[in-house]
Each structure stands twice: as C-alpha cells, then as structure tokens.
Design a protein around this ligand. Structure first.
Ligand code: GSH
Length: 222
C-alpha cells in the first residue's frame, strides 16, 4: 500500500496527478503545513526536509516530488522513458522544472504575497525569472507536442503543478504562453487531474495564513 503524505499545494498536486494517471492505489495522510505538522518528529523521519509530498511504499520511504515521479514511472512502467520519450529529454525537462520553474515560482509567491516586508528588487527578480522559465517552456511546446517528446509524460505532470498557480504569480496567468496553456488545459481536463484536484475536498486543512501558519512556514522570521 502507498501512503501519500499530502497537503493541497503545487508539489503534492503533481504527485497526486502521477498516482492517479498510473492507476496506483494510495491512502492519503494529511499533513497540515499551516499548523506546523511538517516539523513533527515523526514526519521528519519521513522527510527530513519538512516538506510535502512524500510517500511510504510498503515501508520504503521516498521524498521530493521529482524523485517520486521518476520512481513511480519506473515502478508502473508508465509515463516515463518509452519509444516516444527519450531519457535525455525526459531528464532535461524534469530537472529544468525541478530546479527552475518550481523554486522560482515558490520564491515569487513568497515575495509577491507572503513576505513581511515589501521588497521590490526580490519581487522583480523572481517574477522575471518565472516569466523567463515559462518562455522557455512555451518555446519547447511550440516545437514538440509534449515536453519530453511526442507523448505525455511525467515531465508534463511536473509542469502542471505550478502552472495551476500561474495566475497567482503573473498577471494574465498563462495568456502569454499559449503552448504551455494548450498542454496545461489538456492535462487539466483529464480524469486523473480532476481526481487530483478533488483531493483537497476530502480533508480539512487550515486556510488562514495567521501567526501560527507564518511561524510554521517561515521559521527564519522568528
Ligand atoms: N522540491 C520539493 C519541494 C517541496 C515543497 O516546497 N513543498 C511545499 C508545498 S508545495 C511545502 O511542503 N511547504 C511547507 C513548508 O515550506 O513549510 C518537491 O518538489 O517535493
């Protein structure tokens, strides 16, 4: 049985999509990051980085969404390397998202919406980097049906997670990136994506970004 340590935020959403697409059975273990549950000693044994997502697969623990998607693709034999998806392309685009789109999007949200001070330099730096990364994705998807080749793969699933939140970072969301939008809309209409989005309704998570939530999520400020 797969235990899926989950919070309804972009990185766990990509793993939810992969589990659903691959038809793997899983059980949700909610971890409420706004209540600080990611710092609990028992969760740190699962992910010492105190973040979601993580999985426990019959006692084997794996953390980090990118590691998880690569592992699940190997395990299921689905949505990974194939006749239509080269390993070099898959790894390049997965890592481009893992080290670029993901972290820059996270920092953009932080400085645009969460930081306790208004820091125009940081806001501009991260926003421009997010836009630069989306331009690269858009150019790629102008030349290739999907990121890693002619079929849908875990690289596209990686893109989907943060693309859901593009409008939270960039005015107009994906409007300036029509090729990204094409693939994003196609994935969002899939039953697996609808099921992944529906997970947030199945558990109650704290909504308020109050003092308790800020202490849990931005401990460096205290
Ligand atoms: N590289 C990690 C990043 C994970 C990550 O940043 N997760 C966020 C949710 S999207 C989180 O758990 N935040 C809670 C916190 O920072 O305290 C991955 O892809 O899994």
């Amino acid at each position: 049985m797969i235990k899926f340590f989950f919070h309804p935020t972009p990185n766990p959403a990509k793993v939810a999509l992969a589990l659903e697409e691959m038809g793997l059975e899983y059980q949700i273990v909610p971890v409420d990051t706004r209540k600080g549950e990611q710092h609990a000693p028992e969760f740190l044994k699962i992910n010492p980085n105190a973040k979601l997502p993580a999985l426990d697969i019959d006692g084997d623990v794996i953390f980090d969404g990118n590691a998880i998607r690569l592992h699940l693709a190997q395990l299921s034999g689905k949505f990974g390397v194939s006749d239509t998806v080269k390993s070099t392309d898959l790894l390049s685009w997965m890592m481009f998202i893992a080290t670029g789109v993901g972290p820059y999007s996270g920092q953009a949200v932080h400085f645009l919406r969460m930081a306790p001070e208004d820091l125009p330099y940081a806001k501009n730096r991260y926003l421009k980097e997010v836009q630069r990364h989306y331009r690269i994705l858009d150019d790629r998807l102008g030349q290739s049906a999907y990121l890693a080749g002619s079929t849908y793969s875990i690289a596209d699933m990686s893109m989907w997670g943060w693309a859901r939140a593009a409008g939270f970072i960039m005015e107009g969301g994906l409007d300036s990136y029509p090729n990204v939008k094409r693939v994003f809309d196609e994935i969002s209409a899939r039953p697996a994506a609808i099921a992944a989005e529906g997970l947030k309704e199945k558990h109650t998570f704290k909504q308020e970004m109050d003092e308790e939530a800020k202490r849990a999520m931005f401990p460096q400020n205290y």
